[in-house]
Design a protein around this ligand. Structure first.
Ligand code: AR6
Length: 168
């Protein structure tokens, strides 16, 4: 069975153990996928987020999913694209730390939004390459752990980028 798949649509509809939010360092909500997740989860989500005292770029924190079909939300903060060598390192950290946090919580399915590719300005093809490489490496490093990964694509353009990168 393939461990990685692509879903074209709204991440808030996915029935998985965890969805990964492209948050900002306050963790108190925002626009884009962050706004959609908070709206769908309900006000209990921001209440729990307030107890977490923010999140640094590249790190990840977990909350319950509340009114979402997903059991948990993993909040990670992608880099604001600058064109520096740090960008792919920080973006890779988002994917790796989210997967490790999911495993620590005994979760077995995770859906990622395309972190940093909206408001944060990361060029889509470059970000997709980092996402696919980091997730593939993590899965290869944990062959005995059952984890399925969905790349949630909100537009055809994003889906095309993932299909190309995955060779589908
Ligand atoms: N489901 C799946 N993907 C979505 C959805 C959705 N419902 N809505 C948008 N996307 P962005 P960033 C895609 O801007 O670049 C927020 O204000 C979107 O098409 O949400 O990491 C935060 O609070 C794009 O491909 O996140 C931060 O301040 C991807 O999600 C800042 O934006 C990411 O776009 C984070 O910026």
């Amino acid at each position: 069975m393939k461990k990685i798949s692509i879903d074209l649509g709204d991440i808030t509809k996915l029935n998985v153990d965890a969805i990964v939010n492209a948050a900002n360092s306050s963790l108190l909500g925002g626009g884009g996928v962050d706004g959609a997740i908070h709206r769908a989860a309900g006000p209990e989500l921001v209440a729990e987020c307030r107890t977490l005292h923010g999140c640094r770029t590249g790190e990840a924190k977990i909350t319950k999913g509340y009114r979402l079909p997903a059991k948990y939300v993993i909040h990670t903060v992608g880099p604001i694209y600058s064109g520096s060598r740090e960008d792919p390192v920080l973006l890779g950290n988002c994917y790796r730390n989210s997967l490790s946090l999911a495993k620590e919580n005994h979760l077995h399915s995770i859906a990622f939004s395309a972190i940093s590719t909206g408001v944060y300005g990361y060029p889509l093809e470059e970000a997709t390459a980092v996402a696919v490489k980091t997730v593939t490496e993590w899965l290869d490093a944990h062959p005995d752990y059952d984890m399925t990964v969905i790349f949630s694509c909100f537009s055809q353009r994003v889906e095309n980028a993932y299909r190309k990168e995955l060779g589908d």
